[in-house]
Design a protein around this ligand. Structure first.
Ligand SMILES: [Zn+2]
Length: 217
């Protein structure tokens, strides 16, 4: 089985995030949490992000509002979604990580536009995409089987996207990780290169895949 890197998006949430943190701690795993910036205005949610960082996980920027994907927004608004979230994250985003929201988890040119990409390059972000989306958010009972199938079928290192959003979905997390471990999966906190669009501001992908040509920076 290919190595698996775990990421949890769209939190922090008071019920799901502690559950995820407890499973990861019990299994001695570290993961990345891509948080929605505006959720950090709530002190209880902010405390969960602080806890995740203190427990050895990475925290990244997942836009301010997680509204329409940035490639579909006016240029100034797209940059603002990144910058305003970053202001709320502050020291939590220690490695300047950013993950665009995909709209149904799909990769494509809707993720970023040139203005956003230029901002991310200038601010030396590492932009983390994904290659396995078992859709836990819309199928809390069915996602475990899909996650296992995606990991088993992978022919390159897996960057799995889950969500610390719904406790009813995340109550299956321990069982899924246990099944993968039994099948010999190695978990790594390192992102596969093939899932990075930028590393510290340096372009690692064809920008035509993620930005729109009609958008001047
Ligand atoms: Zn998301």
């Amino acid at each position: 089985m290919q190595p698996i890197c775990l990421s949890f998006d769209n939190g922090p949430e008071p019920e799901a995030t502690p559950l995820v943190l407890e499973v990861l701690a019990r299994r001695g795993l570290s993961a990345s949490f891509f948080v929605i910036g505006e959720k950090l205005r709530d002190p209880a949610r902010r405390a969960l992000a602080e806890r995740a960082l203190a427990e050895g996980h990475r925290i990244g920027n997942h836009t301010l509002t997680h509204g329409a994907p940035l490639g579909l927004r006016p240029p100034v608004e797209a940059v603002q979604e990144i910058a305003a979230a970053e202001a709320l994250l502050g020291h939590l985003n220690r490695e300047r990580l950013f993950r665009p929201n995909g709209g149904g988890g799909a990769l494509g040119p809707h993720l970023l536009r040139r203005s956003a990409l230029a901002h991310l390059m200038a601010e030396r972000y590492t932009v983390v995409l994904w290659n396995a989306v078992p859709r836990d958010w819309d199928d809390p009972e069915g996602w475990p089987a899909r996650a296992l199938a995606l990991c088993r079928a992978a022919t390159s290192p897996v960057l799995l996207v889950l969500h610390d959003l719904r406790a009813d979905a995340m109550r299956h997390l321990d069982r899924v990780l246990g099944a993968l471990a039994e099948e010999g999966a190695a978990f790594t906190p390192e992102f596969p290169d093939s899932c990075l669009a930028l590393r510290e501001g340096r372009l690692l992908c064809d920008p035509g895949n993620i930005s729109r040509k009609d958008d001047a920076p």
